[in-house]
Design a protein around this ligand. Structure first.
Ligand code: SAH
Length: 302
């Protein structure tokens, strides 16, 4: 699939509001300062130098909607300080992959998770779990606040031998980490063929000690069974429509980690999950994103 690249060069004080706005509607945002300085040498960029902010999103049927929302946000920001209009360009899948490679630094998440691109030379310290991810064309590098929160919760809730289901696996980041943390079974689902390919490649590349079964599709899936941990980093709309199915695949004392929803839809999503028989046990707010942790309502044990 092609990607849309939106690029705008702004003065430093506009970097934060513009990248916040782009983050809201794009899948990836890159902030690039002009070169000519070396941070390793303690040099800093010229504080008045213009900064390039770039957003990427898939060129699918929602592209026009995303563009419209971003344009609206830019107009609102311009009331405070003029923002130049964004330059739009369609990017080929090949170019998109290359740009990821450039902008994918090592990430440390939770207590001992280290996410690194395959080309990084980082090594795991004792007790750490190092996962190498080549996200290719699929979402899920750990840079998004929802992925980070799901990883933190996964690390916290994971019990050895647990059966884990990853709905909307994207790059497979959560499945790979679950397998590396000692899951007994990992199943991954995604409706996007590129995500299925990326998840298979990323599980192979990390030599996970088990067979992660990746299926193209969504819930319900015939013969899926029950899971101790269900990870669903999707969207408000999908959590609402899939709520009964997410509940149905939970083992009696299983835990659901649902994410990908914006704060403004939190109540609606919680109501749908509760309506499906789940009880909210915890919630986390990261920037404007919410992650909910639920158990079956009929289970009174922690
Ligand atoms: N789990 C990864 C990726 C989340 S992005 C992470 O936490 O970072 C959400 C993913 O859900 C995308 O890969 C998208 O293709 C997939 N998706 C969208 N609709 C879906 C559906 N109805 N069922 C399953 N997956 C879906």
């Amino acid at each position: 699939m092609d990607w849309v690249q939106l690029q705008v060069t702004v003065t430093p004080e506009l970097v934060e509001p513009v990248s916040e706005l782009f983050h809201r509607y794009a899948k990836s945002v890159v902030v690039e300062q002009s070169g000519g300085f070396n941070p390793d040498e303690g040099e800093e960029p010229d504080p008045s130098a213009p900064v390039m902010v770039t957003a990427y999103f898939p060129n699918d049927r929602r592209a026009a909607w995303r563009r419209e929302r971003i344009d609206f946000g830019v107009r609102v920001l311009s009331l405070i300080r003029p923002v130049p209009s964004a330059h739009e360009r369609v990017v080929s899948p090949k170019e998109w992959e290359e740009s990821w490679k450039e902008h994918f630094p090592v990430l440390r998440v939770g207590n001992g998770l280290v996410l690194a691109p395959p080309w990084s030379e980082v090594e795991a310290a004792p007790g750490q779990v190092l996962v190498r991810l080549d996200p290719g064309l699929a979402f899920g590098t750990g840079h998004h606040p929802t992925t980070r929160r799901c990883l933190t919760e996964l690390e916290r809730l994971m019990k050895p031998g647990a059966r884990v289901l990853d709905v909307g696996c994207g790059s497979g980041v959560l499945s790979v980490v679950a397998a590396r943390l000692g899951a007994g079974e990992v199943r991954a689902l995604d409706i996007d063929a590129a995500a299925v390919r990326a998840t298979r490649a990323n599980t192979r590349a990390n030599g996970v000690p088990m067979d992660v079964k990746v299926t193209r599709g969504t819930l319900p899936q015939p013969g899926l069974g029950a899971f101790d941990l269900v990870l669903a980093n999707l969207s408000a709309r999908l959590l609402i429509t899939l709520a009964p199915q997410l509940c149905a695949v939970l083992a009696n004392d299983g835990v659901l980690v649902g994410s990908g929803l914006l704060e403004e839809r939190r109540d609606e999503v919680v109501a749908a999950l509760e309506g499906a028989g789940l009880a909210l046990r915890a919630e986390f707010h990261d920037e404007e994103w919410v992650t909910v942790v639920c158990k079956r309502g009929d289970d009174d044990h922690e």
